[in-house]
Design a protein around this ligand. Sequence first.
Ligand code: PAF
Length: 285
Amino acid sequence: MSSSLQTIAELEPLRSTIAAWRRLGERIAFVPTMGNLHAGHLDLVAEARRRADRCVVSIFVNPMQFGAGEDLDAYPRTLREDTEKLVQAGVDLLFAPTVKTVYPTGVDHQTRVEVPGISDILCGASRPGHFVGVATIVCKLFNMVQADLAVFGEKDFQQLMVIRRMVADLAIPVEIVGKATVREADGLAMSSRNGYLTPDQRRIAPLLNQTLAATSALLKCGERDYARLEEAAKDSLQTAGFRPDYYAIRSALDLGAPSDRQAPLVVLAAAYLGTTRLIDNLIVA
Ligand code: PAF
């Protein structure tokens, strides 16, 4: 396949390329990533391409969303392989800036974007500052790329909700599209962090999705003792070899406590296998 992928690392050529497309009246879709691309990312790219004339992907391992002692240094950086995948996927532009380009005055001096409340629960409670890092980089990338729409995976359900709130609160003119989680054949949600798993951990990992499915089935049957369901699920994950971080049944509309109203529910979990933290969720449809 002949490549029409342009790779750009600086802001000025990014802006002029996108401005040229805009002058032609082209619709632009954007998929922000941290690279180490897998079939889940490529599914977001395919959705972006379906919805627009031009597809921009960013690869930037964002230091601001990693806490002290997290895997920033170990996070897989595979730009060459990623570029080949993006060529095959028909992407028009890869924006791959350096940390200096994104944070010229340093991460600590960067203006921050905080979506209050929703950023401090679930993953935000375990990873303080994580969603400020996510909201800040996504807001900044939106300003840099100025796409008509952006596509995000529902695997990061809370992240998607933080981004939707940020876009609404700050009146950012971009449409946010959520895309269902892509899974391995055994149900494990695709994630760059799956590569950290040992063969034994990889064998156990699909139990996270199976446990969510079991909770979801009980909810569909009318079970409403949420605390009991959450505790039972945590116990079975622990027995299987996980160290559960949280397991929560929440409103799928705002991640608040489920009410008796007919609001849709989502079951969300984070659990460690060794030092690898996996997250997953299921919407109870
Ligand atoms: O989901 C991710 O890969 C990242 O959190 C994102 C949205 C690219 C921001 O760095």
